[in-house]
Ligand binder design. Structure first.
Ligand SMILES: CCCCCCC[C@@H](O)CC(=O)SCCNC(=O)CCNC(=O)[C@H](O)C(C)(C)COP(=O)(O)OP(=O)(O)OC[C@H]1O[C@@H](n2cnc3c(N)ncnc32)[C@H](O)[C@@H]1OP(=O)(O)O
Length: 285
């Protein structure tokens, strides 16, 4: 039985030690396309070690925090080729340092049966001696693994305001972006190997969902928060459609001015096809 929900949910949380350095932060930001133009102080803040800023989305790669431990969880026997990242959220408990050591404690919290697919939700709490620094929640969409008689779970609710966005930013991405981004720890061949991508049903490798997530976060931080990464408190999204490296990410933002930005990211080249939906970033006012 590929997914045994009772067994998977009963499995105890597992812990892993994490460590990261400014070089990891710089590489992560370069993997989002940061540092252009290279003489812009706002961009240098992400890629130059002097007064280095740490985007809250670094939380998804710090020390390999997200990893693939899912495949080692009892009750989950799934194939990498069938998984797509379905959703992600980060809660930042305090500013993420450029150098750190912490313990990540992860477990499966829910498994939903969508008929043609299963959705597995995981939680990972990252803490050091001073307590929790951040919490990650991930939803993994596993094609072909539904139908085990489980609960269907929640449906998406579109919260996008019914008015023109306050800001629209276009981010042109590099054709080799996924090849840079994967060096931060997500080695899934889906993002590099054309043959593997074909097996997964794609014409060519697709971008990591978490790379699109980071690009979008940076666009919001730069546009709405004046580059102040420490103001972000929560950031969540649903991966609604694929994005191909080399495309232009169009990031539409609705800022309520009171600590909440709703965001939708699309592919400018593919007629505004939605990539990230139901994205909400909350910030300290
Ligand atoms: C531990 C953490 C490790 C994480 C590492 C992950 C490894 C990475 O390397 C992998 C990646 O980065 S993959 C790239 C990023 N992800 C994507 O590109 C996926 C984009 N989304 C899609 O293609 C479709 O939405 C698709 C295919 C996902 C769904 O589309 P459809 O099949 O058309 O589904 P649909 O008919 O619309 O809905 C069926 C039911 O499923 C629910 N659902 C849909 N999209 C979902 C999503 N993104 N996340 C969660 N649930 C989702 C729907 O709500 C629906 O259920 P219900 O009827 O109950 O509402």
């Amino acid at each position: 039985m590929p997914i045994d929900p009772d067994k998977a949910l009963a499995a105890p949380a597992t812990s892993v030690e994490l460590a990261w350095s400014p070089k990891d932060v710089q590489l992560y930001h370069l993997g989002l396309g940061a540092g252009v133009p290279a003489t812009d102080p706002a961009e240098l803040a992400y890629v130059y070690e002097k007064d280095l800023s740490v985007l809250p989305t670094f939380a998804v790669v710090a020390g390999g925090a997200l990893g693939f431990s899912l495949f080692e969880n009892p009750g989950i026997d799934i194939q990498l080729v069938n998984i797509l990242h379905g959703g992600q959220s980060i809660t930042v408990h305090r500013a993420i340092p450029a150098t750190g050591q912490a313990t990540a404690t992860a477990r499966v919290t829910d498994i939903w049966d969508k008929g043609k697919a299963a959705v597995i939700r995981t939680e990972s709490v990252i803490a050091d001696a001073d307590g929790p620094i951040w919490t990650n929640h991930s939803q993994i969409f596993v094609r072909g693994e539904g139908g085990f008689g489980g609960e269907r779970g929640p449906s998406a609710v579109d919260s996008t305001p019914d008015r023109e966005p306050d800001h629209v930013v276009e981010v042109k991405t590099l054709e080799q972006l996924a090849l840079i981004y994967r060096l931060s720890g997500d080695w899934n061949p889906l993002h590099a190997d054309p043959e593997f991508a074909a097996m997964a049903g794609f014409d060519r490798p697709i971008l990591h969902g978490l790379c699109s997530y980071g690009i979008t976060c940076k666009a919001v931080v730069d546009t709405v928060l004046g580059g102040d990464v420490t103001r972000v408190t929560e950031y969540s999204t649903r991966f609604a459609g694929v994005f191909f490296p080399g495309e232009t990410m169009r990031v539409k933002m609705w800022d309520d001015g009171a600590g909440r930005v709703d965001v939708v990211s699309t592919s400018a080249e593919r007629d505004d096809a939605v990539v990230l939906a139901n994205t909400v970033l909350t910030y300290k006012v």
